[in-house]
Design a protein around this ligand. Structure first.
Ligand code: SF4
Length: 289
């Protein structure tokens, strides 16, 4: 299915077929219902669901831990276009090579250390990556790049991240995205970015006490992180620091804590295939985190 179109789909019982999870073998419908045993699923059937931007703001604001935040975020339905897209891909829009797998089909929860020193902020999940596997940056070429680099830098336990349940863990780092649902053509709208920004705000607020640095992958993640820091009342230099590969700026939290923000070209295929971003370039930035 070409990205950019959102076909009409009736996600009825007939179009939902339980398939075996590629790691655990457990049967799942697509999208995976919360609390049914998908590896790493932070939610339960009772997790409250946000259906509007206001509800996102309220639920994010009252999350007392990253676990609570991830749970609420992973069942969010506040952006109608993205909910429709992620569930359409998860049902009748699967990539042919994954047609025998169940798709997560929900927002990608943050992944990694519950008390991170480093926060990595990407753009948004991929339709057949995170939207399939349920783990941020997992199951596509971009993920292969970032997890391999995180492994070389000592943050990741494995050099690959193929699927939730594969044993991958992060120590000292957490990966999130500026927008948590897979968007058509990788392009969230400004409204979707702003709505999802409430989850990012809370991610920054909850991790800030232990954070040393943040890594924004691409200009979208850079801008979203700066905007979030401003909303939280952190000191952000003016004029807005420009994104470049290797850029660095120090932000100061409302509690007076300095946190460095670094930028790297996004690990998207259009950067890694063309050589705009090399492993050496990425390693050099990660070594500064
Ligand atoms: S993009 Fe964010 S705010 Fe919108 S539905 Fe997904 S998780 Fe919710």
């Amino acid at each position: 299915m070409p990205e950019g179109d959102v076909p009409e789909v009736d996600v009825t019982a007939e179009s939902v077929t339980a398939l075996a999870h590629p790691v655990t073998g457990q049967l799942f419908e697509s999208p995976a219902p919360p609390g049914t045993g998908w590896p790493g699923d932070p939610a339960t059937a009772l997790t409250p669901v946000a259906r509007t931007a206001k509800q996102v703001e309220r639920l994010a604001g009252r999350a007392r831990s990253l676990a609570e935040l991830d749970a609420a975020m992973s069942v969010c339905r506040a952006c109608p276009r993205l909910v429709k897209w992620r569930e359409t891909v998860a049902t009748e829009g699967k990539r042919a090579s994954f047609v025998d797998q169940p798709y997560w089909g929900r927002p990608g929860p943050g992944f990694g250390d519950p008390e991170p020193a480093v926060l990595v902020i990407g753009l948004a999940p991929a339709a057949n990556g995170t939207n399939r596997t349920g783990r941020m940056f997992t199951g596509d070429r971009s993920g292969d790049w970032i997890y391999a680099a995180l492994h070389r830098a000592g943050f990741a336990s494995q050099s690959t991240s193929s699927h939730s349940g594969d044993g991958q863990t992060l120590t000292g780092a957490r990966i999130v995205a500026a927008v948590r649902c897979a968007p058509p053509a990788n392009k969230p709208t400004p409204t979707e970015r702003d709505t999802c920004g409430h989850w990012l705000d809370r991610d920054l607020a909850l991790t800030a006490p232990g954070l040393r640095s943040m890594l924004a992958l691409g200009a979208f993640g850079w801008d979203a992180t700066l905007a979030s820091a401003r909303r939280l009342g952190w000191q952000v230099p003016r004029p807005k620091p420009r994104f470049t590969h290797g850029a660095e700026v120090t932000l100061v939290t409302s509690g007076g804590r300095p946190i460095r923000l670094l930028g790297s070209y996004h690990v998207s295929q259009q950067n890694t295939f063309t050589g705009k971003l090399t492993e050496a370039m990425l390693d050099k930035v990660l070594a500064r985190l």
